[in-house]
Ligand binder design. Structure first.
Ligand code: FAD
Ligand code: SIN
Length: 524
């Protein structure tokens, strides 16, 4: 079916774009699984914006660039940060019930921020944002929401009935997860808002569907990707053998939480950075990793039990209740934590209008490399990026609408040479294998040898997965596995290209930081 614009993804970036586009255009929003299955609904800490009287845009820009180890594009950083207060106003208009202190918004603090700057809804900001955006989208007659569609590949000139070979994007082939049929959805413009690739790692705070689908689809269609080696590890994910991805928000450290070595009983951040627990994430995650390795620990402790119980319960009601359900009372006990993959800083290269390299294809949010985060994302800058670039992409499409041609007839999905799989175990085995070697070989501390080992595994698996993909009908698991491997490949190739340590990329073979910062850009 043909639409004005297709938005792939129903998180913060996708729904922001859809709501702005729907002022004048008919928009189809496609999502894999349910409409709330992306990372947006899981966000805890909040959204960074300069709202405090003593704070300035320049402070926020500086903090962002310090965290990003100089790899950020200053123009993008300024672009996003200056638009943050407007983005918060817009969310308030949509009904997001941010916490207040009297008449002003309550601002919390997180690592790397020199000021209190984070607006939040308790410790479950993402859920409130997702709900407000979704409510507005559901009420909008120009928006059609279509969950349960796993997009497989972008439709380009190569799929036109009269083959053109052009990179122009005309929409997407998507698997209807209920019927198992593949449909071609076409449009004049397409916006990718598919989130990150966190699930490429064995331990990740990201939801199940964060398999890098948009990044892999854009790459296969011919778009460049940048800085994929910059995978962010959050310092404090709950250590629990059953519950593997419960994030303990950075705001716990912002409100006084201390990191303690359970063997020595001592706070250890002073050995690593003068900003202690509020150093940027890459530094805190490496410090925890180092304590764990040095002392042979399974975890370290995050302790906020010295603060009054009402304060802890009042600030972190969701985490408090979840932990209590697991037998941990954070008002009296320390929380066992480990670092886990959390955020994909790199992605599809975009400009300030959200344009990718491919005509007709825009992108916004975690699937992109916009230049905002550089070598390490500053806490709570990510949702902000989604709002700013979701809006920017929509505004560019609206402003240039008369230049977007109607899509030509395209070929249907060819299933003539595939059968149903009788060996789904292959998918499970490969999925587990990728996540494990990525964790062990391409984690917080890297070496060239480990990266080469990972690359070798990727090459072996590529043959097997391509063969499987060529013979069997697609399922969501197979689509994700293919994208997971593609993402792993992009991460490892990027990591091998960076012959220095900078931000999130730390390699024992090149521990120094080069004088000039350069993006790692892969060209298909
Ligand atoms: P998502 O919200 O991840 O949405 C992706 C969408 O794409 C989903 O609808 C998904 O179904 C769809 N999709 C993906 N692949 C396909 C496909 N093949 N076909 C169809 N649809 C597809 N950031 C902050 O700024 N502040 C925070 O406090 C914060 N806390 C966080 C806490 C956790 C636990 C996590 C995991 C992340 C947190 N982040 C936070 C990061 C932030 O939540 C994400 O970066 C942001 O929500 C990403 O939004 P998005 O719109 O780009 O993608
Ligand atoms: C957190 O609440 O610690 C996550 C914040 C973020 O990822 O920006």
């Amino acid at each position: 079916m043909t639409h004005d614009v297709i938005v792939i993804g129903s998180g913060a970036a996708g729904l922001t774009a859809a709501l702005a586009l729907a002022e004048r255009l008919k928009v189809l929003v496609i999502a894999k699984g349910t409409l709330t299955s992306g990372s947006t609904a899981w966000a805890q800490g909040g959204i960074a914006a300069v709202l405090d009287a003593g704070d300035t845009f320049e402070n926020h820009v500086r903090d962002t660039m310090i965290a990003g180890a100089g790899l950020n594009r200053r123009e993008t950083v300024e672009f996003v940060i200056e638009r943050a207060p407007h983005a918060i106003d817009r969310l308030i208009e949509l009904g997001v019930p941010f916490n207040t202190d009297g008449n002003t918004l309550h601002l919390t603090r997180e690592g790397g921020h020199s000021h209190r700057r984070i607006v939040h809804v308790d410790d479950a900001t993402g859920w409130a944002v997702q709900a407000a955006l979704l409510k507005a989208a559901e009420a909008n007659p120009n928006i059609t929401l279509l969950p349960g569609q796993a997009c497989i590949d972008l439709i380009t000139g190569r799929h036109e009935e009269r083959y053109s070979g052009s990179g122009r994007v005309w929409g997407v082939y998507a698997l209807d997860e209920a019927s198992g049929k593949v449909e071609a959805h076409t449009a004049r413009a397409t916006v990718l808002a598919t989130g990150g690739a966190g699930r490429v790692y064995q331990f990740s705070t990201a939801p199940r569907g964060a398999t890098g689908d948009g990044i892999a689809m854009a790459w296969r269609a011919g778009a460049r990707v940048g800085n994929m080696e910059m995978m962010q590890f959050h310092p404090t994910c709950l250590y629990n053998l059953e519950v593997k991805n419960l994030l303990i928000t950075e705001a716990v450290r912002g409100e006084g939480g201390r990191l303690i070595n359970p063997r020595t009983g001592k706070r250890f951040m002073a050995f690593y950075d003068e900003r202690l627990e509020l150093a940027p994430r890459d530094i805190v995650a490496r410090a925890i990793d180092s304590e764990i390795k040095k002392f042979g620990l399974d975890f370290v402790h995050l302790d906020i039990s010295h603060m009054p119980p009402d304060f802890v319960r009042g600030h972190f009601p969701t985490i408090h209740d979840k932990l209590l359900g697991l037998g941990i009372d954070m008002t009296t006990q320390p929380i066992p934590v480990v670092p886990a993959q959390h955020y994909t800083c790199g992605g599809v290269m975009i400009d300030l209008d959200g344009r990718t390299d491919l005509p007709g294809l825009y992108a916004a949010g975690e699937c992109t490399e916009s230049g905002l985060h550089g070598a390490n994302r500053l806490a709570s800058n990510s949702l902000l990026e989604c709002f700013v670039f979701g809006e920017a992409a929509a505004r560019h499409i609206l402003a240039h609408w008369d230049r977007f041609d109607a899509p030509p007839p395209v070929r249907g999905w060819d299933e003539s040479r595939v059968t149903n799989s009788d060996e789904e175990v292959v998918i499970k085995q490969n999925w587990t294998e990728i996540r494990r070697f990525m964790w062990n070989y391409v984690g917080i501390v890297r070496t060239t040898r480990r990266l080469e080992r990972a690359q070798h595994r990727i090459r072996l698996l590529s043959g097997e997965i391509d063969d499987y993909y060529g013979h069997f009908r697609v399922t969501t698991d197979l689509i994700e596995l293919r994208n997971l491997l593609q993402s792993a490949d992009l991460i490892v190739r990027s990591a091998l290209r960076r012959l220095e340590s900078r931000g999130l990329h730390y390699t024992l073979d090149h521990p120094e930081t080069l004088p000039e910062a350069h993006d790692t850009v892969l060209v298909p």
